[in-house]
Design a protein around this ligand. Structure first.
Ligand SMILES: Cc1cc2nc3c(=O)[nH]c(=O)nc-3n(C[C@H](O)[C@H](O)[C@H](O)COP(=O)(O)OP(=O)(O)OC[C@H]3O[C@@H](n4cnc5c(N)ncnc54)[C@H](O)[C@@H]3O)c2cc1C
Length: 495
């Protein structure tokens, strides 16, 4: 068995890991990144993302600091609004039912802007999310839902930029290198054991940062922790986040934290492959349900599609779909809203049917009680509050009256052909339960004390998200805590 000596070892190759490595490298010489995936699949879930990042800004001047390329014309044509710390705090509290760890959430919120500014110094570029998070009203774009910034080139661009920066800084990245065990003694962590292209290597270092993702790609753990039928969900992203890194830490006495039975899961193409496909990225998702309705195998609506902006409901509706008979649903739209459907509805790999009458449409919905669906759509149409104007930029209150499952906003009748329907199932994004850390990103033991030399960041940390999740927070979370973990790992918290 060969042995390597490092200052800081980072386990994982996604956004949290690369931010940790870059931060560590500002304070020490030898930083090693261990990425389980081969180079062509490297970058974790981070690479599958659109690169949307939730960040505090108090006005367009802040956004210009992150996106200096914004032109005067673009600014004149756009109402960016603000996304203040108070709004971010409120969203985290409301969305997690006030379970999110207050100290970690405070860091997430208050360090979001400075962390994105720091990422810029490393070569990450940001652009406004014109396409997905803004609608044009009276000739001006208006942003909604607190999510305004994405990385240039999406997740691919983000991982590329961070990897290039890491290599430029002399950070060594090993691909096909799976960490499987911590090396530790009474004084804390000494390194990790790694299978590098099937050979065991001992990598020793002063500190280790764990950023190896959640356990969503492990069907056995999904059924064990999330519950029955979760083994049937599709995985939206990388096949490498199987909980190995969480297990390594638990095995050496780290404490578990957070919502172990909870996860982020969305409506996802019913016939998508078992794991994510980098050529398709996030385009299997089907996020325009607020403009239509969803029916299940019985032909019934089962959820308030317009309960809130998409950003605040999409991450929990995957579970709702998983709980339906056969784990699927059909999303139904009519002509009036087809222009609002996101790009992802126009890819080739969709299960889609269209028709010119509702009678014809319901007969084309595979595995659905057609008569039940027709009756349901007609009952829904009768219940729409027609006197309230439709406005996709605000929660417009155009709801339904008297239905067992109401729709609170954006309720339009489904009565103008052509009609379109899309089949979805549950796509799991990431799990919420993980390791317990403190505000220095130190991993806490089951005795309640920091484990000397051990830090963690990103998806594998528990205690930040519960039940649901505000869109665009995962990357910000990984970057904020990755940077803190890397800095503290290099500067060395006292043992
Ligand atoms: C389709 C999709 C779209 C998304 N869109 C967005 C979005 O727009 N905005 C947003 O904020 N979030 C989004 N998310 C969520 C986001 O991807 C995650 O919250 C975030 O990327 C997690 O970063 P991370 O670095 O913790 O994990 P990851 O990026 O998943 O990185 C984990 C890394 O650990 C490696 N690894 C695993 N086990 C081992 C091991 N034993 N040894 C060594 N390495 C190991 C993996 O190979 C991987 O490189 C999306 C997720 C998906 C799947």
């Amino acid at each position: 068995m060969s042995t390597e000596e490092q200052d800081v070892i980072v386990v994982g190759g996604g956004n949290a890991a690369l931010c940790a490595a870059l931060a560590a490298r500002e304070h020490c010489a030898r930083v090693l990144v261990l990425e389980r995936a081969p180079v062509d699949e490297a970058g974790g879930n981070s690479r599958f993302t659109a690169g949307a990042m939730r960040v505090v800004y108090n006005g367009v001047e802040n956004l210009k600091a992150l996106m200096p390329d914004l032109t005067d014309n673009e600014i004149a044509q756009t109402d960016f609004g603000t996304y203040t710390s108070d709004q971010f705090f409120d969203d985290m509290g409301r969305i997690t039912q006030y379970r999110c760890d207050p100290d970690l959430t405070e860091l997430l919120v208050t360090k979001s802007f400075e962390t994105l500014a720091w990422m810029r110094t490393k070569g990450v570029r940001f652009v406004p999310i014109w396409g997905r998070q803004a609608f044009k009203v009276d000739g001006r774009f208006k942003f909604w839902g607190g999510l305004t910034v994405e990385t240039w080139g999406g997740g691919e661009g983000l991982v590329d930029a961070l990897t290039k920066a890491a290599k430029k800084q002399g950070i060594d990245v090993w691909y096909s290198a799976r960490a499987f065990e911590m090396i530790h003694d009474d004084d804390g962590v000494r390194g990790v054991r790694v299978k590098r292209e099937d050979k065991t290597v001992e990598v020793r270092g002063k500190a280790v940062v764990l950023a190896g993702g959640g356990f969503q790609a492990n069907p056995e753990w999904r059924a064990r922790y999330l519950g029955p039928n979760w083994e049937l969900a599709k995985v939206r992203g990388t096949r490498f986040n199987t909980g190995d890194v969480i297990r390594m830490a638990l095995d050496m006495g780290a404490a578990a934290a957070g919502n172990w039975s909870g996860c982020h899961a969305v409506g996802w193409e019913r016939n998508a492959p078992e794991f994510g496909d980098l050529r398709i990225g996030d385009q299997f998702q089907k996020h325009s349900y607020p403009w239509g309705i969803m029916v299940n195998a019985e032909g019934k609506r089962f959820v308030d599609e317009g309960a809130d902006f998409r950003n605040y409901t999409y991450a929990k509706y995957g579970r709702t779909i998983l709980n339906q008979t056969g784990q699927f649903a059909w999303q139904i739209f009519d002509r009036k809203v087809l222009h609002l459907l996101r790009d992802e509805y126009r890819i080739h790999q969709v299960t889609k049917v269209s028709a010119n009458t509702l009678e014809e449409l319901v007969r084309k919905l595979d595995d659905v009680d057609a008569d039940g669906a027709l009756a349901e759509i007609k009952a829904y149409n009768r219940a729409v509050k027609q006197d309230v104007p439709f406005n996709p930029n605000v929660k417009d209150g155009r709801g339904t009256l008297g239905l067992a499952v109401s729709k609170s906003n954006w309720a339009n009748t489904i009565d103008e052909p052509p009609f379109e329907a899309y089949a979805v199932t549950c796509g799991i994004t990431f799990t919420f339960g993980g390791l317990k850390i403190d505000t220095a990103a130190r991993v806490i033991s089951t005795d309640g004390k920091p484990i000397p030399g051990l830090y963690a960041a990103g998806e594998l940390v528990g205690g930040i998200f519960y039940f649901n999740y505000p869109g665009g927070t995962g990357l910000t979370n990984g970057a904020v805590f990755g940077r803190i973990a890397g800095t503290n790992a290099a500067c060395g918290a006292p043992r």
